[in-house]
Write a protein that binds this ligand. Sequence first.
Ligand SMILES: Cc1cc2nc3c(=O)[nH]c(=O)nc-3n(C[C@H](O)[C@H](O)[C@H](O)COP(=O)(O)OP(=O)(O)OC[C@H]3O[C@@H](n4cnc5c(N)ncnc54)[C@H](O)[C@@H]3O)c2cc1C
Length: 282
Amino acid sequence: MQHKGQENAFSICSKPETSIAIRDRIDALIEKGSGKIAIGFGGNPKDKSAVRGGPAFELIFNIHNLLRKKKLRDNFDLTFFAPMESPGERMGPKSLQMIESMFKKYKITKHFGKKIKSFEPSGVVFDDDSVLKSELTLFIPASAGHIVLKNSDLPLTEAGLIKIDETCLVTGTNNIYAAGDIAAIEGPKWKAKQGHIAELMGRQAAYNIIMSETGSSIRKSYKEHLNILCIMDTGNGAAFVFRNDNWAFAIPMPGLGHWLKMGWGQYAKLTKRGIIPRFPGL
Ligand SMILES: Cc1cc2nc3c(=O)[nH]c(=O)nc-3n(C[C@H](O)[C@H](O)[C@H](O)COP(=O)(O)OP(=O)(O)OC[C@H]3O[C@@H](n4cnc5c(N)ncnc54)[C@H](O)[C@@H]3O)c2cc1C
């Protein structure tokens, strides 16, 4: 996110160099000894599965814990903003409850239910022209269809995502498959785009291509495997969040959870580069 003149507002989904700029801005505020930090995420009303709440929660809890470690937390205002009334509710009532109590415990102010209009050097401006003052704003936009898709003849949803069936076959075609964030997923109300769902869809699509090429009518669906699975790192621990059609729970993992998530990051990096083998199914 590089909106006009806002060296104070960054998207954490931007190019890698942005992470360095964010670190430098946090360091500068720590050096100053006080500040106002706002962290939030956007919604996509045309496809509610395309939101990224989890990483925004992780970010604010990590910054809280960093400031606490530096014994500066009381000098900072931390505010969480999102356009929906109840951000995080897709993770289920237990997770929502846990996040609520963490906001209260960590003295994080909530700013929910107002559409975001713009990011300015002074802070976040909302639809009603009210301003949330901030010296550093970190934001995760909701995802939408890739620009390349707009110029293609692929069938798209209103949100600009590729229409597929449950085998990942693109609607109206017999040999084009789409998997991951770029495809519109169908399923329960709480469905959300996540990394492991993208991988699952990729696997099912590959299987279905082989079946189709070998003349078999057997197909695998991604739909029955949909879930939300997330280890939400808080900097001093984590929360294990899970939701599917039958279960919705959140388990606090003080201490260990943080290292588990760090370990998972290393495992993902090393296995993706083929440096170490993957555990079957993981
Ligand atoms: C900040 C953040 C934190 C997240 N945390 C988690 C998490 O903890 N757990 C989880 O499960 N999910 C998480 N997600 C979601 C997860 O990252 C995505 O669901 C997942 O990466 C989707 O995979 P994908 O392969 O469909 O798309 P991507 O990972 O986005 O891959 C698409 C690739 O295509 C490339 N590309 C784009 N345009 C072109 C082009 N024109 N030509 C060639 N290549 C192109 C891109 O560079 C990219 O490498 C997070 C997302 C964000 C933004």
